[in-house]
Design a protein around this ligand. Structure first.
Ligand code: AMP
Length: 461
């Protein structure tokens, strides 16, 4: 069978993707469309706006990129200086870089130009790249706001706008930048908004920006993937380092993200792991773009087994094959738990999420359990005596974990698998997150001198 024939029978062809774009899609290993793609691609090809409720990992990048690529390729190469035909807004640098990579892969063989506009790196090369005009501009809202205000980027000809991870942009204080940017684009644009959750502010934003959108949804709000086995390990703060090192001695933990709540905490965990003989990379908002990318690349290509990350830095990162997520501490916002553990168990693979909980984190644990609508099974309890604030519960697994002090796996294999088994606690569930926040007052482009409306993390993005 020829390539053409194979392509003709491809599920993407049935959705309306054709020619070189279809070939590149197949070459990227996308043999059949994912549900979000099945729903969103035909609607966008018809010119409809889309409201997508989907998490990273669902295949949403190709879901919005393929229809835009299809239309841009048909238009030819004429571009006006400093303009972008399509604008993709993403909350973090890492996600923006990842989106650009996906677009480049899908656009292989076509004359499609892309540019990135991100905070934290020199704006000179970004401005230069946009100079002649580009097809796709992928940007974080903060830096783009600055470049638009300084007239280095003109958005009036932008006829495709995508807001990716809109809820995260809200969390990071970008919402007013997003509104201002959207207002500066072409009034007859086509818009797609993707969000993992739909708090009121995002629903309002969608109402203002989308015209009669097709709503596509691939997973109920706030649910965690059914394939993820979850559990808690009770340990005092000062015990956590040892517990973590003992866990990581298990080689079944092939590829692990360890989440820390703060940048300082992430650095400390990384240093402790290194002192305990592990090689670990770290990403957080204070790291330079290059350092973050280097850490991610090492983790992605498997040369680094352990990546320590803060919530913001890790959000949107798509690294296939992460076997374990460890929450060194619970996030401030319970909803982040869902995002954290969503890093594993991707594409139907099994994943394990372990949360270390000290007694002062009990109320956070209860909030998480409310959101995910299940009680997390106890894998091990190192507290010595039961915490009076918590109802006594039976350990889900009668083999206690994290008690051994040695670093390597036991030769007799008796401790295998410790955290990667499939305990009976595995069951799907649904839950609705909260996540609502107060919007900040909108200001016009001209009036803003500094990025005062953005959170600290947002300014770094
Ligand atoms: P995303 O949600 O866009 O970050 O995509 C998640 C992962 O799924 C990425 O690694 C993509 O390369 C991959 N992916 C997206 N669509 C498909 C598809 N149709 N078939 C196989 N893999 C896909």
């Amino acid at each position: 069978m020829t390539d053409e024939n194979t392509a003709d029978q491809n599920g993407f062809a049935k959705l309306g993707i054709s020619g070189q774009l279809l070939k590149a899609t197949l070459a990227a290993g996308f043999t059949e469309p994912k549900p979000i793609q099945e729903q969103a691609i035909p609607a966008q090809l018809e010119g409809r706006d889309v409201l997508g409720i989907a998490q990273t990992g669902s295949g949403k990048t190709a879901a919005f990129a393929l229809p835009i690529l299809s239309k841009i390729i048909a238009l030819g190469t004429k571009r006006r200086p400093k303009t972008a035909r399509a604008l993709i807004l993403a909350p973090t640098r890492e996600l923006a870089v990842q989106i650009e990579e996906t677009i480049r892969v899908l656009a292989k063989g076509a004359h499609v130009s892309t540019a990135l506009v991100l905070g934290g790196v020199s704006r000179f090369s970004q401005v230069k790249k946009i100079g002649p005009g580009v097809d796709f501009l992928i940007a974080t809202p903060g830096r783009l706001t600055d470049l638009v205000r300084e007239k280095d980027v003109i958005l009036s000809e932008t006829t495709w706008l995508v807001l990716d991870e809109a809820d995260r942009m809200l969390d990071m204080g970008f919402i007013n930048d997003v509104r201002r940017i959207a207002k500066a684009t072409h009034p007859a644009r086509q818009t797609a908004l993707f969000s993992a959750t739909m708090p009121n502010e995002i629903a309002d934003l969608a109402k203002g920006l989308l015209r009669d959108p097709v709503r596509v949804e691939v997973a109920p709000q706030g649910t965690t993937a059914a394939e993820i086995v979850q559990g808690v390990v009770f340990a005092r703060t000062k015990q956590k380092r040892q517990v973590l090192s003992n866990m990581l001695a298990d080689e079944a933990m092939r590829s692990v993200i360890v989440f820390a709540r703060t940048k300082h905490g992430a650095d400390r965990v990384t240093k402790d792991l290194e002192r305990d003989g592990f090689e670990a990379a770290v990403i957080h908002g204070n790291k330079s773009q290059n350092a973050r990318q280097k850490a991610l690349n090492g983790f992605r290509d498997g040369s680094v087994r352990i990546l320590v990350a803060t919530d913001i830095a890790a959000r949107g990162i798509d690294v296939p094959g992460i076997s374990h997520v460890v929450n060194f501490d619970l996030p401030d916002e319970a909803e982040s738990y869902v995002h954290r553990i969503g890093r594993t168990g991707r594409n139907g693979a099994d994943g394990v999420a372990i949360t270390l909980v000290n007694p002062s984190e009990n109320s956070k644990l209860r909030q998480v359990e409310r959101i995910i609508r299940m009680k997390l099974p106890i894998i091990a309890d190192h507290l010595g005596s039961p915490d009076p604030q918590r109802e006594p519960r039976q350990p889900a697994n009668d083999q206690p974990a994290g008690e051994r002090t040695g670093r390597g796996p036991r030769r007799d294999g008796a401790d295998k698998p410790r955290f990667d088994g499939k305990p009976s606690g595995k069951r799907p569930f649904t839950g609705k997150p909260k996540g609502e926040r107060k919007p900040e007052g909108a200001k016009p482009f001209r009036a803003r001198r500094r990025p005062g409306g953005r959170s600290k993390q947002a300014r770094a993005a």
